[in-house]
Design a protein around this ligand. Structure first.
Ligand code: FUC
Length: 348
């Protein structure tokens, strides 16, 4: 197990550090302290060829110039909050409005856009990068000083574990995720349209025209949202389902998971032979198929295009602070927020 530390760039006079974890079989995981951003994951295909399976840039300038949340940690709240407002104990809070009238992904200065403190831990068969950040009371409108720790861990089984921990000194809301865009073809050789996704999920959340859950759970039965036996992304993307058309030809939907830590999310690219299994504590995963990865920029030298990557954002259902029928993102003062998601890279 090896950890390499490097300078990735400089932001406001502060050095941005990159860490590369390399396990005994040569799998590599690279992240930076700006936004806890995962910039590269190198895993073997069926012929043993190691290639990058996430969308990321080679320079800090590119992240600062334009990044649709590539690889970063999202918070305090993932997804959208309608009208950028919510109420806690009869007190109304107004959040940053960074998508029309709504709040998205923690605001423009959310956790993706701050520099985290970092430290390295190396054990015999595991290496960890521990990132810390204290989000001050009132940041982007959220109450409470929230002390956070996000740990990225790589082991010798080609597994990455992301652990999230937080404590606030006041009642607040928290719903963190990682926003990596996966593409198992390797080095972005193909779009994700031929990827096959399997999800243990009987229901997904209907979206309104602003992509905010209406509160209605729709059954996946007999729809292109039924991933229970595996479905190629292309089949959904090309369908006439009104929810697919609403979000611009693709998926951008929260799925309610039937199971946890039971191989509930599996993504396969048959051509490369790569498989990703995701297991989580979270009750929901948002599937976003890169519908807005419009042309006009390059990612590691590859021209961007729609559906070049897909996100599997494990989290609590979005906007549920405004909908009491779903698991709540409320964190009491001094209560510990703690959740984990594991990404296991395998071959089919
Ligand atoms: C996802 C989506 C959004 C947005 C963003 C880049 O999480 O839910 O629609 O486009 O990422």
């Amino acid at each position: 197990m090896e950890v390499l530390k490097d300078v990735f760039g400089e932001l406001n006079g502060q050095a941005i550090t990159s860490y590369t974890l390399r396990n005994d079989s040569g799998m590599e995981f690279t992240c930076i302290d700006y936004g806890c951003t995962i910039t590269r994951i190198m895993v073997p295909d069926k012929n043993g060829v190691k290639e990058n399976v996430v969308l990321g840039y080679d320079t800090l300038e590119e992240y600062l110039n334009y990044s649709p949340y590539f690889g970063c940690i999202i918070g305090r709240i993932s997804g959208r909050i309608k009208n950028a407002t919510f109420t806690l104990d009869d007190e109304a809070f107004t959040l940053a409005k960074n998508e029309n009238e709504n709040h998205l992904h923690g605001g423009d200065n959310g956790f993706h856009n701050v520099i985290w403190s970092s430290s390295v831990e190396t054990k015999a068969d595991e290496a960890n990068i521990v990132f810390s950040y204290t989000s001050p009371d009132g940041e982007e409108g959220f109450p409470g000083n929230l002390k956070l720790q996000v740990t990225y861990s790589l082991n010798n089984e080609n597994e990455i574990v992301i652990s999230y921990q937080g404590v606030s000194d006041q009642k607040t809301i928290v719903n963190l995720t990682n926003h990596s865009y996966f593409n198992l073809s390797g080095n972005l050789k193909r779009t994700i349209l031929a990827h096959e996704l399997t999800l243990k999920s009987d229901g997904f959340l209907e979206l309104d025209p602003s992509f905010i859950p209406t509160g209605k759970v729709l059954s996946v039965e007999d729809t292109v949202f039924d991933f229970r036996k595996g479905l190629q992304i292309v089949q959904g993307v090309n369908s006439e389902h009104p929810q697919i058309k609403l979000v611009g030809g693709g998926y951008d939907h929260p799925f309610l998971l039937n199971a946890n830590h039971e191989q509930e999310i599996t993504l396969v690219d048959y051509e490369s032979g790569r498989k990703l299994e995701i297991e989580t504590d979270e009750p929901c995963v948002v599937l976003y198929t890169g519908n807005s990865l419009e042309e006009g920029f390059t990612i590691g030298g590859v021209p961007s295009e729609k559906h070049l990557g897909l996100c599997l954002e494990t989290q609590l259902p979005p906007n549920m602070i405004n909908n009491p029928n779903f698991p709540s993102a409320v964190l009491e003062a001094n209560e510990v927020y703690s959740t984990k998601t594991k990404y296991a890279f395998k071959l089919i």
